[in-house]
Design a binder for this molecule. Structure first.
Ligand SMILES: [Zn+2]
Length: 276
């Protein structure tokens, strides 16, 4: 079943559950994520990031994920992660995504707000949800030039009210692409933000969160947390082991079997920590 982000995020934010949102790169990871969600009767968010969009045109990924979503009873949201401009967000909506994130987090507040308002207007006219970012989460990789700016609660309130977004990503201590669960979350900042806003919040870079943090976050007004690196590491490292262990094999479908099994375990673990 296809749904928008707003539906599932609003519900999760008001209960002791958070929806894990996974970066997917094709059939293999999308399939095991949906299998876990079916086992747990949980909603699913499949996200395409910049690398995925560069690799496979949005219209192909939209068709693939939409057809998988229509085959399952659990709610599935197909989300564009970190759309950098109006054109890409519009293209994702036209292709069949049910939610887009516009990321103007590196821009001055006024400009981020102005661009977000335009995208919200266009997306809402199409019945599609919008996530935006205030403050900037930043990256653990020093080669990626995106500075980390912690979210100011007053700015989050102003941004949410002025733009009408459906979910708001905030920077409260995580970083993208962390390979260890070593983020130090600023719970005071998170509490201050949720106390003056009424919008489902989103945490990016959640591979860096400890298991205890994931459990703790279920009590906050968080609708969605983004997970990418944890799954990419599991898939890639297992694939490498499989190839090293079977040097004569060349069939990629055989090589994909074990990585899918291992990714499925990680997906299930994250869902369970998040209250499912
Ligand atoms: Zn992100």
């Amino acid at each position: 079943m296809l749904v928008t982000l707003k539906e599932m995020c609003t519900e999760a934010a008001s209960t002791n559950k958070v929806v894990p949102s996974f970066n997917v790169f094709g059939y293999e990871d999308a399939k095991v994520i949906i299998e876990v969600a079916e086992e747990l009767n949980a909603p699913v968010i499949l996200m395409s990031n910049k690398d995925a969009v560069a690799h496979m045109d949005l219209k192909y990924s939209a068709s693939l994920y939409r057809s998988m979503a229509l085959e399952t009873k659990v709610p599935v949201c197909i989300h564009l992660d970190h759309g950098q401009d109006f054109e890409l967000c519009a293209k994702a909506i036209q292709a069949g995504y049910t939610s887009v994130m516009y990321d103007g987090s590196q821009l001055p507040l006024e400009e981020n707000m102005k661009n977000t308002i335009e995208i919200v207007k266009m997306a809402h006219a199409c019945g599609i949800s919008v996530e935006a970012e205030i403050g900037s989460v930043g990256y653990s990789d020093p080669n990626i030039k995106a500075k980390r700016i912690y979210t100011e609660p007053e700015e989050a309130k102003l941004f949410a009210e002025k733009t009408g977004v459906d979910a708001l990503a905030v920077a409260v201590g995580t970083l993208h692409r962390m390979t260890e669960q070593a983020a130090v979350l600023q719970y005071d900042r998170l509490e201050a933000i949720q106390n003056i806003t009424s919008i489902p919040l989103v945490i990016h870079g959640s591979t860096g969160l400890t298991d205890e943090d994931l459990v703790k976050l279920t009590a906050y007004s968080i609708g969605k947390i983004n997970l990418g690196t944890a799954l990419r590491m599991t898939f890639g490292n297992t694939l490498r082991d499989e190839m090293n262990a079977n040097p004569k094999e060349f069939d990629r479908i055989k090589f994909f079997k074990q990585p899918m099994i291992e990714v499925k375990k990680v997906v299930k673990e994250k869902y369970q920590l998040l209250g499912w």
